[in-house]
Design a binder for this molecule. Sequence first.
Ligand SMILES: C[S@@+](CC[C@H](N)C(=O)[O-])C[C@H]1O[C@@H](n2cnc3c(N)ncnc32)[C@H](O)[C@@H]1O
Length: 229
Amino acid sequence: MAGVDDIYRDEFRARVLAGRPRSLLEVGSGSGTFLRSLKGGIDRLAGIDPNADDVEALRAEGYEVVVGKAEALPFQDREFDVVVFSFTPHHIDDWVAALKEAMRVARHSIEILEVWYDDGIADQRVAHDYDRWCKEIDRRAGMVHNDTLSPGALLQPIIEGRGLTYDYACRRVSSMCNVDEIEGTGRARFTKAGDDAALKQGFEQIIKDARRHGMSEEGCVQMTIELGR
Ligand SMILES: C[S@@+](CC[C@H](N)C(=O)[O-])C[C@H]1O[C@@H](n2cnc3c(N)ncnc32)[C@H](O)[C@@H]1O
């Protein structure tokens, strides 16, 4: 059975291709999960990622991918019909700079897929708490791994007075997590992170909440920012 991420990716792919772009840049292309799914339908398909190993592997497959960061894109103004971020915004250190750069190099639109939790629902709040807890461990290990960006936080840097049109859909397939499995992987994570007392206490509370309310899989935001060019 397809996982929720696969379902969200398929929906997002259809959304991106609906505008029939002839050129597309994926910022944060990583190991190519999303980029590969676009192969065949677009004249120029490009990616950029700071991970040199991932870039090298994709180049070996024939993809046009370069090492670099979202905050300083090595491309001309309006060079691509569409610029895409797929599950990448919360990995980027400076989202404001990244979105401004995307606005510069995109001609028609920017398409964003980001993790989203429906915080009005108890089992989603528990899942969001667990996500934040995992990211705290990643940050202590030196990784940029921020909280998910809400639709408003995604748009905030560019929204003032520009006459832009945007739309988004918050999508969620409701599916529960196995709390026993989460407890096992979570404990292994904080033991590896050095058995920190605050982390442990946070984790015990999350598991207690999960036993009471349940914990569910994440949803996603699929957003299009139209540039009208
Ligand atoms: C969760 S992965 C998503 C990969 C891919 N987009 C996908 O949908 O599978 C996040 C990616 O963002 C990349 N990344 C981290 N910081 C970045 C930055 N400042 N600019 C561009 N990409 C960045 C990471 O190297 C990683 O490949």
